[in-house]
Design a protein around this ligand. Structure first.
Ligand code: ADP
Length: 167
């Protein structure tokens, strides 16, 4: 039997506990999951693709069937390159639905042999996004429960708090 490889693409700027929740669920279902950081300069990321990939590696050392990389260009083309037939995307709320379904349809048009799977995170993580965490940190809010420790460390090193946290 051929190995069932799933590709989980995204910005991961940085990985949050929501992303991690999706990864853990998928690691139980697929033979291997590859988390791949998409180069997307138009989003003006805080971390380089290499830094984002390293944060993911450091946050997932206990997951044996997981690999991490970064890529440029079409997601379906990258999926073919690594022999992945499945694409994973997380669905947090209705607000994710429209753009995600559009992307899934487009990817099916580009390559009908690749199937998109949507995975729903634990409700605790359904409101978290990387951009929200960064804004919260800058504003002096608590983020320690929202990020895996390696991501938290990198955010603390890279971002300046404009408002001191309340004691
Ligand atoms: P992109 O720019 O590709 O949307 P993100 O890093 O924002 O990159 O998200 C990558 C994927 O992870 C998307 O499918 C997104 O819906 C999903 N995702 C982001 N945050 C969460 C979360 N808190 N819970 C579940 N899925 C999430």
């Amino acid at each position: 039997m051929t190995e069932k490889i799933a590709l989980y693409p995204g910005s991961f700027d940085p990985m949050t506990n929501g992303h991690l929740d999706i990864v853990r669920r998928c690691a139980l279902v697929f033979d291997r999951i590859e988390v791949a950081v998409a180069h997307n300069p138009s989003k003006e990321p805080l971390f380089t693709p290499e830094e984002r990939a390293q944060i993911i590696r450091d946050s997932t050392t206990d997951i044996e069937n997981l690999t991490v990389s970064h890529f440029d260009g079409l997601t379906v083309r990258y999926a073919r390159k690594i022999n992945a037939r499945y694409l994973i995307r997380g669905l947090r709320a209705i607000s994710d639905f429209e753009s995600e379904i559009q992307m899934a349809m487009l990817n099916r048009e580009l390559d009908p042999g690749i199937e998109t799977f949507f995975v729903v995170p634990d409700a605790r993580y359904s409101y978290i996004s990387s951009s929200m965490v960064k804004q919260l940190y800058i504003a002096g809010g608590p983020i320690a429960d929202l990020l895996p420790p390696p991501a938290l460390k990198m955010v603390e090193e890279r971002l300046e708090r404009r408002i001191a946290p309340e004691q």
